[in-house]
Design a protein around this ligand. Sequence first.
Ligand code: SF4
Length: 366
Amino acid sequence: MKFVDEYRDAGLVRRLAEETSRLAGRRELTFMEVCGTHTMSIFRNGIRVLLPATLRLLSGPGCPICVTPNRYLDQAIALSRLPGITITTFGDMMRVPGSTSSLERERAVGRDIRVVYSPLDALELARRNPSREIVFLGVGFETTSPGVAAAVQLAGSRHLSNISFLVAHKVIPPAMRALIEGGVAIDGFLCPGHVSVITGSKPYEFLARDYGHPCVVAGFEAADVLEAILMLVRQAIAGEAAVEIQYRRAVTQEGNKEAQRLLNSTFDTVDSEWRGIGSIPESGLSLRAELKGLDAAEKFEVEVEPTLEPKGCRCGEVLQGRITPNTCPLFETACTPENPVGSCMVSSEGTCAAWYRYARMPGDCL
Ligand code: SF4
């Protein structure tokens, strides 16, 4: 097994890129990554410029903040306006625009909204402030949902009655199915590394079996990503479709059974709304019936404003790989990381933010 430093080796990167170019030849191939950290790694390491122009890399709905719908943000904002409530959230959520406001703007006008680094910080806040109601915003994929599940279980076992969770966790494989059924034209998936540490590689098997799409679970260093792309090219050229693991130092077929047990005892799988994409069957998590006392959506009645999507924003098409950010008329003009119009420009892992940051540099990676 190679260690992380070996996957940063320039010679290895060059050899993998040359082998991929030789094997792919002039064949037109398109692969999609569905993980924001892969998107950033591809841009940061200039991987596109190392590959033949006929080999395209598309970004899918891999940024958890980007796929969280406006209505969820609006609900969190409405909760923050109730007296006695403290909202706790990961920092990425602060600047995401809701229909007419954002958590950052609400904090500026005096709402008690705090950035935490772990859901356990929210638990501690609840313990120390028994007179306040603490709400934790649970968003993200299988990477973050086990931590939130652990916090939910702890809140229950410690009988903390002043904490609740507004849950909008997502599950990635159903979104991959929805993309294929929606007609996205790709030749294979670069499957997410962090998510797969928890889930294992098995949940992707239907993509190979039912849809004939090669899948490779990849790590995050330059050589990880290139080796995974080479593995995808090998499958595509051979006309094969299987699920392979490149990121063997962290991912197994079965995943983390303990984390899976925790997720299953905390959440039910439900249909879920993805920003710009719509409802995807069985793609979200909701607190199980016996834990509904910890569900902020059940605990507090709030009037949520009608949802307004940002005018002209094409995040939905970006998240489905239908357009690249530079074809959105607002890119770099009305929409920048300083003044984001859509969520894909806010998060550091958003596709529009990645294009803004890296694709405009000399020797860019388009
Ligand atoms: S550039 Fe801005 S407005 Fe356009 S799709 Fe991306 S986030 Fe939306």
